[in-house]
Design a protein around this ligand. Structure first.
Ligand code: GLU
Length: 491
């Protein structure tokens, strides 16, 4: 079945991609997949002051990490290339000039200072838009004079759209239903700036039309701009796509999610050790739900179930505890082999200070099952297994002595364990466990007393993976040496 769904993600390359923008990308992608349509990436880089070098690559890297493959885009091209607005300037200029010809737009010669003054004065009036439309109805002489003055200042004119002075504009939004705006409250907005670049209002609209986009999903902060866009579509004689304005993402205190609440860039979450599928699942639930209970979705089931009808109008709260819980769940769902590879990739990308050189796959395969149950994020793994990579284990000798023990009884226990472990046929978890449990009985101590001392002696960590697995991972010789050192330290 083929369909004509064409959905675009249109990021502005102003820095690292924010989780809110990425949530939009995920919704775009899911919608396209569900309808076997196309997912398009288009770069909106017409705000020269805000464009950041390298940001496009970072955005694409984020999408790739999440597995959101695109069908057309700046790197792979496509039928409607180029997919970077800065490479499509002629198109916007042409349409802006045609709109002047057709009587829907005009050149504005106002200086920044004048615009500032007008804005200030009008902000005190009720129901007034920011610009007084001085240049909208100029006589030929006035226009010539203002143009000459502008040239003398070494500036360029801008092109503004003529918003209807009265009446209303109504959108039928896929999320919010009908929303009506009063035209008189909307400015004659700038379409083409004095630097020759279009504004978002003009550029995205021309591209959505040219690129045959059928659905525009974007953050609700764009809703107030809708009357501009619908009037512009009307002037151009084009049919608008369908719009869905997505709910804002909120912090737990219900304010807008921002830096002060922690990470907001998607790639920071990668660096913090969240899995890509966790992010896809978690971010999809920020504004979409299937019912009031299902939280865990495979990618396939998201594609199967995603509909815009189930996107909510109200703000979605970013809950870090839920994110941790979900990530822990997906970490435990992996096979130990998979987790070993994921950990190795993670440590390679972000070398942890606890692990000075990247371990072999063999070592990673031992580590994965030891830590799997205890991880919320991949970052939690290195501190748990730090002891495996240390030349010297640090602890206070006092810590070796467990409750109701003294230095002598502790030494006795450790020496017995050392002897038992030295003569094991095979130094594996099961044999280690059997020997040490047997020893607890023989020595007539509590399991916690023997194991506690051994844990401190071999890991120096209060929080460490299970003891028997840890000893196997350390290997026989290293384990015996560490116990030896501990006995010496009790003297
Ligand atoms: N470039 C706009 C942004 O990043 C895109 C909005 C839209 O999707 O139309 O906010």
């Amino acid at each position: 079945m083929s369909s004509n769904f064409r959905v675009r993600f249109a990021p502005s390359p102003t820095g690292e991609p924010h989780v809110g923008n990425i949530r939009t990308a995920i919704f775009d992608w899911l919608l396209a997949q569900r309808h076997e349509g196309e997912f398009i990436v288009r770069v909106e880089d017409t705000d020269r002051a805000r464009a950041v070098d390298g940001a496009v690559e970072v955005i694409m890297e984020a999408l790739k990490w999440l597995g959101l493959e695109w069908d057309e885009g700046p790197d792979i091209g496509g039928k409607y290339a180029p997919y970077k607005q800065s490479e499509r300037l002629e198109l916007y200029t042409k349409h802006a000039e045609d709109l002047i010809e057709a009587g829907f737009a005009y050149r504005c010669f106002c200086s920044e200072e004048r615009l500032d003054q007008v804005r200030k004065a009008r902000s005190k009036q009720e129901n007034a838009s920011g610009y007084d439309k001085r240049c909208r109805n100029l006589t030929d002489e006035e226009r010539a004079r203002l143009e000459a003055e502008l040239e003398a200042r070494g500036e360029n004119s801008v092109i503004r759209f003529k918003m209807p002075a009265d009446g209303t504009t109504t959108i039928d939004d896929l999320v919010r239903g009908e929303v009506t705006f009063e035209n008189r409250l909307v400015d004659d907005f700038v379409m083409l700036k004095s630097d020759g670049y279009p504004t978002y209002h003009l550029a995205h609209l021309i591209d959505d039309h040219e690129m045959q986009i059928t659905h525009v999903l974007r953050g609700e902060e764009w809703l107030p701009s809708v009357p501009r866009h619908l009037q512009l579509y009307k002037a151009l004689g084009w049919t608008p796509p369908q719009f869905a304005h997505l709910p804002i993402i909120l912090a737990p205190d219900r304010s807008k999610l921002s830096k002060r609440h922690g990470a907001t860039s998607l790639l920071e979450y990668r660096e913090m050790g969240y899995l890509p599928h966790t992010m896809v699942n978690f971010l999809t639930l920020l504004g979409w739900s299937l019912d009031d209970k299902t939280e865990l979705f495979s990618t396939e089931s998201l594609i199967e179930n995603f509909t815009i009808e189930r996107v909510s109008k109200s703000g979605a709260i970013f809950n870090n505890d839920k994110l941790d819980w979900m990530n822990g769940h997906y970490i435990r769902e992996m096979s130990a082999d998979e987790l070993a590879d994921v950990l190795l990739d993670f440590w390679k990308a972000y070398p942890p200070e606890e692990i000075p050189t990247l371990p072999s796959r063999e070592v990673a395969l031992k580590i994965a099952p030891m830590v799997q149950e205890r991880l919320k994020t991949l970052r939690d793994a290195a501190p748990l297994v730090a002891f495996l990579f240390k030349d010297e284990i640090e602890y206070d000798a006092e810590e070796l002595i467990q409750r109701r023990m003294d230095a002598d009884s502790t030494r006795l226990c450790l020496t017995a364990a050392q002897e038992g472990l030295a003569t094991l046929d095979s130094f594996d978890t099961e044999s280690i466990e059997a020997t040490l449990r047997g020893m607890v009985k023989e020595l007539d101590v509590k399991a916690g007393q023997l194991f506690g001392s051994l844990r401190v002696a071999t890991t120096g960590q209060r929080i460490a993976p299970p003891l028997f697995e840890s000893l196997e991972a350390l290997g026989r010789q290293r384990t015996l040496d560490l116990i030896n050192t501990a006995c010496d330290r009790l003297d």
